[in-house]
Design a protein around this ligand. Sequence first.
Ligand SMILES: *Cc1c(COP(=O)(O)O)cnc(C)c1O
Length: 438
Amino acid sequence: MNNDNLLRRSLDAVWHPCTQMKLHETLPLVPIRRAQGAWLEDMDGHRFLDAISSWWTNLFGHGHPRIVAALREQLDTLDHVMLAGFTHEPVVALSEKLSALTGHELGHCFYASDGASAVEIALKMSFHFWRNTGHPGKNRFLSLAGSYHGETLGALAVTDVALFRDAYAPLLRACDTVPSPDGRLAGAGQTPRDAAVAAAIALEATLAENHHEVAALIVEPLVQCATGMAMHDAEYLRRARALCDHYGVHLIADEIAVGCGRTGSFFACEQADIVPDFLCLSKGITGGTLPLSTVMTTDAVYAAFWDDSTARGFLHSHSYTGNPLACRAALATLEIFETDGVIAANRRLAAQIDAAAAPLAADPRVAHYRHTGMIWAFDANTDDPLFARRFHQEAMARGLLLRPLGNTVYFMPPYILGDEEIELLVSGTQAALDAVLP
Ligand SMILES: *Cc1c(COP(=O)(O)O)cnc(C)c1O
């Protein structure tokens, strides 16, 4: 009864994200009462394994005691202060720690609260850098086919998802897409690396022709997540870095989803041994507790804005830029990486999950089973347009939160799954497949 009441009030008062609200006339919202570890619990006490880390944000489980303790302490000390003209220990310490993680190559952090804003900042900073250094004509951006960088107007302009873009096309600045290095595009007898090299050759052709007008290339390193967990060989990033250097174009690494250990290294770019000009982080950086994003950049970019002229500075802000609570949660998250040896532990956990998921890889209903770090994905052999919704419901009925992207089923679990949770992840997926594709 209580439940029905909450659902009705939610439909009346709350406009939910990325949703045709009418759908919830027939498909009830799931009211969540509490969350602990890898589990969400609804109002009736049903539990769901959060196998997509609450939209890829939750790294160490819900209610992690060390993040909670840090937040409690911070709340008692300094909840918030504006960051223009003021500073505080959590934002300084976090910036220093992040800088150190890049070997101080990206030593300057600019903050916002969500991923799309970080992308906006990187795009604006790149353009403004070229303007400040005498190249105002470099005002275009390149992104990959199937890219996703967020849904504010600037970020949507470099997002290649028709469903999100088409309605707003008249509002968006035209951007150019270059071919994706998606390993699934490798032809017969080719490797994913061959697909990466082919995409890099296409990138070179575009840059050779247009580099005078191009400020930056933006990429999701190693995994294009939102458009179906398209994974690519690190060779693409190495070549893209070299091409951007050669043609005088910035490389923006959008690590909003793939950063914070998700691909097997703290930053995905490490696996290509490259440093981008801008690196965007968000989602996992606070361990899934509070909104925070940052754009990290180089001494060269920072120096191009350092001037007596106000207008040559980066005049961008958000009310909660550098919020102390969010920074403190991020510091606690980074501390867990250090003290718990998370990257090495994830290597063992990933091997265990991969072994358990072997039957899925061999399932005749499954194509392109793939895995990078703590991300697994496969494409279900079906052209049922309702596959994603039906699979989601069948998995939920088995206590498993999965939310396919089209016909791509993926796991993006918190880094803390135990044996029983891994077993549910695989058996629940198989059972949901049995129900939807008997
Ligand atoms: C989620 C995401 C964004 C947008 O972040 P929001 O916090 O949802 O605005 C941008 N880029 C990538 C790669 C993402 O996965």
